[in-house]
Design a binder for this molecule. Structure first.
Ligand SMILES: Nc1ncnc2c1ncn2[C@@H]1O[C@H](COP(=O)(O)OP(=O)(O)OP(=O)(O)O)[C@@H](O)[C@H]1O
Length: 333
């Protein structure tokens, strides 16, 4: 596992990472989310000892990265797919890494095959497309067959087939009991891949929770009903103490009551329903709701992100991340 304890990084006046304490566990895919400039890459660099923390520590299986002998056999990482020597072939790039980490030569061909680059193994990497570069970076991460894998934006530049492939690769690696930590801005992809989420904003921890709980806690779920007899339906629900709100297009919305109960009540009242659909917000909506106050870079400078409505519900005030932590602590999780 990876343990962060009070991890902090200052660049001059800028606090890039601010007392981050959390644990990335094995056996699951953990997604790492945050708006642009939140400190994700800085955190990952400190995990790999590429940047020194100003304060705090990172431990991988109880040890600092620099204490690991042949570190690629413990931790594999894709941070920057372009970080290769353009004049070297894919094969020689991986061979150099293998030889400096005590990894057998035969492993190079294996990982090239795993990522689908065997046919271009002898080509210089400067001619590689973004997607080929990502695949080579993933091959390098897998080279030492490590138990811990870090991927910073691994699907960048990959085509749909490549995205599908990396999703299944990450799930497979986690199911083998490895620790898989992945950052991405593609929320739909993250929703399909990650089991657990760590969310940061302006360097601070905002959420450390399962995917399902994150969406449930940061978004509104409700049931939408449509009936040709909307008023009667509303009265019928009202008689049961259920508050139904009329919205445009002739629909009613009900919070906090399961769709099955609403359907049964309508049936008992002999009312026709044209729609009875539970509505759950997406990961993207939940993410925007939680991080609205910590977004540093806005497309509309005259309109603060915190005031931007998400799904019609009021946006939480600044500092909500701190409230979240207190609520989780009260719940004892
Ligand atoms: N070497 C550096 N010198 C000065 N400031 C830096 C340096 N590296 C990062 N920063 C600043 O630290 C903050 C966090 O940057 P970081 O790249 O870690 O964010 P990020 O979450 O990875 O962003 P993105 O999603 O845009 O990649 C930013 O404000 C960035 O400008």
């Amino acid at each position: 596992m990876i343990e962060l304890d009070g991890l902090t990084k200052h660049y001059g006046e800028k606090v890039a990472v601010d007392h981050l304490t959390c644990t990335v566990r094995p056996g699951i895919v953990t997604g790492f989310l945050g708006p642009n400039g939140a400190g994700k890459s800085t955190t990952m660099r400190m995990m790999l000892d590429l940047d020194n923390p100003t304060e705090g520590t990172v431990r991988i299986d109880g040890r600092h990265y620099r204490q690991l002998r042949d570190p690629l056999t413990y931790v594999g990482a894709l941070l920057d797919a372009k970080a290769t020597h353009g004049g070297r072939s894919a094969y020689h790039h991986l061979l150099c890494l293998a030889q400096s980490n005590g990894i057998p030569r035969a492993r190079v061909a294996e990982v090239l095959d795993t990522v689908g680059l065997t046919s271009v193994a002898r080509k210089r990497t400067k001619g590689f497309s973004l997607g080929m570069g990502q695949r080579l970076g993933i091959a390098a991460a897998l080279l030492g067959d490590p138990q811990v894998l870090l991927f910073d934006e691994p699907v960048n530049g990959l085509d749909p087939e490549g995205i599908h492939w990396i999703r299944h690769l990450m799930k497979d690696l986690a199911s083998q009991g490895r620790t898989v930590f992945v950052s991405s801005h593609l929320m739909s992809e993250m929703a399909l891949t990650a089991d657990h989420l760590i969310v940061i904003g302006q360097g601070r921890l905002m959420a450390d929770t399962s995917m399902a709980d994150f969406i449930a806690e940061n978004s509104r779920s409700y049931v939408r009903l449509r009936s040709p007899e909307q008023e009667r339906l509303r009265d019928l629900l009202g008689a049961e103490g259920i508050h139904a709100v009329a919205v445009g297009n002739g629909s009613l919305e009900v919070d906090g009551v399961p769709a099955a109960r609403l359907g049964e009540l309508a049936a008992r009242g002999r009312l026709v329903l044209h729609e009875l659909s539970p509505q759950q917000a997406s990961l993207e909506e939940a993410f925007m709701q939680l991080t609205a106050a910590s977004v540093e870079y806005h497309a509309h400078a005259d309109r603060p992100a915190a005031a931007r409505p998400v799904d019609g519900t009021p946006v939480r005030p600044e500092g909500w991340g701190a409230d979240w932590r207190q609520r989780r602590q009260r719940k004892g999780s």
